[in-house]
Structures are given as C-alpha cells and as structure tokens.
Design a protein around this ligand. Structure first.
Ligand code: EPZ
Length: 441
C-alpha cells in the first residue's frame, strides 16, 4: 500500500471504480437525456391535471428520488423503458417529506408549481452543498413579488398565496443574477398566474429552453426562453403533453474531454452543438479537431497546448465541465489558467488531482496549471458529482491504476459510466455494489 493510499480520503469499504490508465478509447459513446432538464420537467407535472409523457429519461438516482417525492404528493408515475408518464390529477399534498427532499436539492423546483396549482407549498430549504451555499433568494423574492407569503422556519420554506383568491399575480421581476433554478421556478409559477409576468436577467441555459418547450406543449404561453427576458401570459389550466428531454450536454462534454485526455478519436452522439458552443471552441483552441457526424460529433486528438478558461452563465463555458476540463489540462503542455466564477467552492478536485502528480496552484477562485507529461494512478475521491467525473477522466489518462471513490455522487449524473467506457476500450471496473437503477435509490 503506497503512502498516498494510506492517507487517502478513500473509504476502502465503499464502492469504487478501478481504472488502468493510458488506454486509448475507440468507437461511439451514446449520450443520455439531460439530468438537469429531466428533473425540472418532472416537477412541471404538478402544474397539470393531465398526463405528461417524458421520453429520453436518464436512468439516474436523482430521477428515482424525484419520482418518489412526486408519488408521495399523489402524482401518478409510470415508467416504461426510457419514458415516464406523470399524471398530476391525483395531487393531494403540498408538503413533500423531509426525508426524501433532503436527498435532492432539485426538489425545491416543486415550490413554484405547488404554489401555482394549489396556492400553498411547504418544502425544505435546500441548504448548501460542497460547491457552495446555493441560496434560493431569487426564487423566493420572485414568488413574493407574485403574491406569495414566504416564511422560513426550522429549515422549511412555507409559502402561501395571499389574496387574489389564492392565485399568483403576474408582474415584472428582475433577477439579481441569472439563476437557472430561479428562472425555472418562476417560469413554472407564472404559467398559471393571473396576467402577464416578465422575467428579466434570466438564465439562458438549454435546460431553461427545454422546460419552456414542455410548458408550451402543455398549453402555456411563453416567449423569450433562451434570451435574457422571458414573458409569460398566465392561463387557467395546463393540459397533458408528450415531450422528449434534450441530450445531456454535460455528459456529452465529459465524454469529449475524456477523449481529449486519452488522446483518442471518439464519436459522441447525440449532441446539439449549440448547447456546447463554448466547450467545443475551447477544445479546438487546445488543438483538438471536432467534426459533426450524423447526430453527433467526432473528436480527434492533436498537439495540445495550454489555455485560459473562465466559467460563465450560458452561453459561456459551463461550470459543470470545469472540473473535467481541469483534469484534461493537467497533462497538456504549457501553462493553463482556470477561473471559476459561478460557485464559490468548486476547486476541491485540485487536491485530488495533485495526489496524482498534477502541478496546480490556486489563488482564490483561480487555478494555475503547469502541464506535466503524465499523471500517476492513485487512490482518489470525488467530492461532488462533476469532481468525481474529473477523477475518472484523470484516471483514464494516468499511468498505472487509479481507484476513484465517491460513486454516490457520480451515479447521480452518469448512468453506469464504467460499462459505457468499457465498451469503447477503457480498462475500468466497479469494485463493490453495482449502481442502483431507477427507483431503486
Ligand atoms: C443548476 O443549479 C444546475 N443544477 C447545476 O448543476 C449548475 O451548476 C447550475 O445550475 C449553474 O449552471 C440543476 O439544474 C439541477 P444557479 P442551480 O441558481 O439552479 C448563485 C450539476 O453538477 N445564486 O444558477 O442551483 C448561486 O450561489 C449541478 O449538474 C444566488 O446568488 O444554480 C451560484 O453561485 C451542480 N442567489 C450561481 O448563482 C440565488 O438566489 C448559480 O446558481 C440563486 C443562485
């Protein structure tokens, strides 16, 4: 047992991925439906008495948890392959159980739809996580502007529409920051509010546009999703719909980054190039070739050189790919600079990459990297979903064996990642329990 392994944060009793690095990848990786869209689309089922069928659902633990929360409220949930049918007419409760919601920050998405449908909601305050404090100020401020009285007590957010016969009232709302969750929460709430709502300085992420797509299919009147201003004209009721989740741009980006890190040619499909513009541009700046092929992209390795990277709200470089991209940059010749501007504590993977021999210094939210010829395999642990994905990327590129712990994070965002990487030649296996499938979480 090496010294590094002796003082590794890895709990040898928990499941891990064992990776023998330096293996070229070859072939095609399929991209699943987007986790950060599917979760909010599921929450939108509360807005209608009808049934919504959501196709291209990813099989992830977070999806299973959201399904259990919705079922506990009385929403009907039926799963068939990668399609789920959610029926809101049985909605009887407005206060999902703490035990379930505390496992899933995204359960806070329910406050807007519950207020819009029933005029009352009681959900746990999401609280912070490893990457930051994750406040929901903008969500609450917007709902209050629409007529909800909100109190926070004992970690619970209790909301109730006062006046206007218990119906939210449309209004003009300026977000202090383009929060994805706040934009989605207020857009959903506004669909059933009385009159016009105009949301300014909103998030423009593809997942916001995807939610608007579902809501419009349900009969909502929404304009401007994908721009900085969204207008919604409230309607009395929303009906059922049939909708498909967009491909997961963060999963696609992770695969492209893994290909670049192992200097492999790989086909990743499906991909919506516009959803990954900043990432594709940065990979090309690094020296990779990216070419469209069918519904996806093919990446080819080139002579890579260091770059500067700054995470930004969409259409800027996504914060969710900052950690995987840093793993790639550790073995790219020359200096690189990464600035994380979205979350206040999203550089925790630096320590784990240093354990593998990466040369990284940090100054506040800036990481300064000096490319090394090769990382060395080691026992490492991911501290959040994307940091764990970064450690997998590093393990694939490293010389020797890497054990990656933190799979409870990884399984929230990547379905059976090791099986899919094995299929394109990676020497990777899961030691310990297998990944729990949907609803088994
Ligand atoms: C969504 O989180 C995603 N999660 C995150 O993905 C993603 O990193 C994030 O958007 C940014 O793109 C889901 O969609 C389920 P935000 P969200 O509100 O909505 C600050 C992953 O790995 N802020 O846009 O919680 C906040 O502190 C996850 O898949 C306020 O200051 O993100 C943060 O610094 C991680 N006040 C920044 O905005 C507020 O009221 C972005 O937060 C709200 C947010």
């Amino acid at each position: 047992m090496t010294l590094a392994a002796l003082n590794s944060p890895v709990d040898l009793n928990e499941p891990q991925l064992s990776i023998i690095g330096q293996q070229r990848l070859d072939g095609e990786l399929h991209v699943n439906g987007a986790k950060n869209s599917a979760l909010v689309l599921m929450a939108a089922s509360v807005l209608s008495r009808g049934s919504i069928r959501i196709q291209n659902m990813p099989d992830l633990t977070d999806i299973g948890t959201m399904a259990k929360i919705l079922i506990s409220l009385g929403v009907g949930f039926r799963l068939g392959g990668s399609s789920a049918v959610l029926t809101g007419n049985g909605l009887t409760r407005h206060d999902p159980s703490y035990d379930l919601t505390r496992k899933l920050r995204a359960s806070f998405f329910l406050i807007g739809p519950l207020l819009a449908r029933h005029g009352v909601a009681k959900v746990p305050l999401p609280g912070g996580c490893r990457i930051g404090s994750r406040p929901v100020r903008e969500h609450n401020k917007g709902l209050q502007a629409m007529g909800a009285r909100i109190s926070i007590e004992g970690g619970m957010v209790s909301a109730e529409v006062v006046g206007n016969h218990g119906r939210l009232q449309g209004c003009s709302i300026h977000l202090d920051c383009p929060s994805v969750g706040a934009t989605e929460t207020l857009m959903m709430a506004a669909t059933l509010a009385e009159g016009e709502t105009v949301l300014h300085n909103v998030a423009q992420e593809p997942e916001v546009v995807d939610l608007a797509g579902l809501l419009k299919a349900m009969g909502a009147r929404i304009h401007g999703a994908g721009s900085s201003t969204i207008s919604i004209s409230g309607v009395k009721e929303l009906h059922g719909a049939d909708y498909a989740v967009i491909p997961d741009r963060i999963e696609a980006g992770t695969f492209l980054i893994a290909a670049a890190a192992t200097r492999s040619q790989l086909h990743v499909t499906p991909v919506v190039p516009d959803h990954l513009g900043a990432v594709l541009a940065k990979l090309e700046e690094l020296g990779c070739g990216i070419s469209p092929q069918g519904q996806g992209l093919t990446i080819t390795p080139g002579q890579l050189r260091g770059c500067e990277l700054r995470t930004q709200p969409f259409p800027g470089f996504p914060t969710d790919l900052q950690a995987p991209f840093m793993a790639l940059l550790t073995t790219v010749q020359g200096d690189s600079f990464i600035t994380e501007t979205i979350f206040e504590n999203r550089l925790q993977h630096v320590a784990e990459l240093q354990r593998m021999g990466a040369q990284i210094r940090t100054r506040g939210n800036v990481a300064i990297l000096e490319g090394v010829p090769m990382l060395s395999g080691a026992p490492v642990a991911g501290t959040d979903l994307r940091a764990t994905a970064a450690m997998v990327v590093a393990g694939l590129a490293a010389d020797g064996v890497t054990h990656v712990a933190g799979l409870k994070h990884l399984d929230r965002g990547y379905t059976r990642l090791e099986e899919r990487l094995q299929a394109v030649g990676a020497r990777i296996s899961r030691i310990g329990a297998t990944q729990s499938a949907l609803l088994a979480a």
